[in-house]
Design a binder for this molecule. Structure first.
Ligand code: TRP
Ligand code: SF4
Length: 344
């Protein structure tokens, strides 16, 4: 497999990002993260990880385990279909690089427990899972330490993430500072790079698009499924009759038009809505057409990949081999700095 990572694409630094294997991704995941990942490949050396070990921190039922492999495969298909390019970037599964767990353990020696207990995502997860800080898994407490290891084992300096991950990045920098201070300069302090995408609301127009709220459109959905889902979207609640003028500013269908329809169409929608020349059902059919046109090339690439599961596996294995060789070098350095290994 040809690869130019480390050469021409290595101009602005090293990017590391990851997603937990949750299965198929939706439009919100695409606009909020994946699109950015694809674009970053032009200027950075990019390493993208399917973080399956992180998925184990919140296991709740046996089916969660059964779902890991299919979820990894589905998510890999979406990444590749969206344009994550294994010729340019390293795409791999976290657990294929067991060295990250070694680094996690070693970093835990310089991470005060208080730092971890204060992370807002930790408190929130404990609440969500109906646990207490005493009953929760040790693994969940260490979630951000593992995330730090994910990043710094490749000496990545830039981490594209959403707002919710900022506390994890702050913690990663604190761990790095402590490590570097105690054992000598080893890791760069990783910086978050926020995605500028607008918040993508779900079809009911109230909350963020998400799988758990079932208000989403999967990247892999068929044209029929997409149209059906779009038709369930909420519109201007004050527009009761077809003859009432609508208010595009408060209508999520209009927001979605702005993301997926041409500028000209968006202007038409605005004009025809505010003058009651178009009905909401027609407006949604129009939107479904735009979303489908947008998704078509992704679907086409996905169809090809779905026929070749061994090829997708090989991409992930090859990515794992490349990632692992970088990780092993880092672990060698860390062992030496921390006084481990054979005496010399
Ligand atoms: N915690 C991240 C999330 O929930 C996933 C993640 C794990 C990650 N390791 C990472 C993101 C390293 C960026 C870099 O979205
Ligand atoms: Fe929303 Fe379109 Fe209906 Fe106007 S016509 S309220 S933009 S769905």
């Amino acid at each position: 497999m040809a690869s130019n990572e480390g050469t021409s694409s290595n101009v602005k630094g090293t990017i590391l990002s990851g997603m937990r294997p949750t299965g198929r991704l939706h439009l919100g995941n695409y606009l909020g993260a994946l699109e950015n990942w694809v674009n970053l490949q032009q200027d950075f050396r990019c390493i993208y990880s399917i973080v399956d070990i992180h998925a184990l921190t919140t296991l709740e039922s046996p089916s969660d385990v059964e779902n890991i492999q299919p979820n990894i495969h589905e998510m890999a298909l979406d990444w590749l279909a969206a344009g994550v390019d294994p010729e340019q970037s390293i795409v791999f599964i976290q657990s294929h690089v067991p060295e990250v767990m070694t680094l996690h353990t070693l970093l835990s020696m310089v991470t005060p427990l208080g730092w971890l207990m204060r992370v807002p995502t930790f408190k929130e997860k404990v609440r969500q899972m109906d646990e207490t800080e005493e009953s929760v898994n040790y693994g969940l407490v260490g979630y951000p330490v593992l995330q730090t290891a994910d990043i710094i084992i490749y000496k990545a300096d830039t981490v594209p993430v959403g707002q919710d991950q900022l506390p994890h990045l702050e913690l990663a920098r604190e761990i790095v500072r402590r490590f570097n201070h105690r054992f000598g300069d080893t890791f760069p302090e990783p910086q978050a790079r926020l995605t500028e995408a607008p918040l993508i609301l779900g079809l009911e127009g109230q909350q963020k698009m998400s799988k758990s709220l079932d208000n989403h459109i999967d990247l892999a959905s068929t044209p029929e499924e997409t149209a059906q889902r779009v038709l369930t979207a909420f519109t201007d609640p004050q527009r009761l009759r077809r003859s009432d003028p609508g208010r595009p500013e408060v209508c999520n269908v209009y927001s979605l038009h702005k993301l997926f329809s041409t500028e000209e169409d968006v202007a038409t929608v605005h004009e025809e809505c505010t003058t009651a020349q178009r009905g909401c059902v027609d407006c949604k059919r129009h939107l479904a057409g735009s979303v489908n046109a947008f998704l078509e090339p992704l679907r086409e690439r996905r169809r090809v990949l779905e026929e070749k599961p061994d090829y997708v596996r090989e991409i992930l294995l090859e990515g794992g081999r490349k990632a692992r060789s970088i990780a092993q070098e880092t672990i060698g350095e860390v062992y030496e700095k921390m006084g481990l290994g054979l005496p010399v």
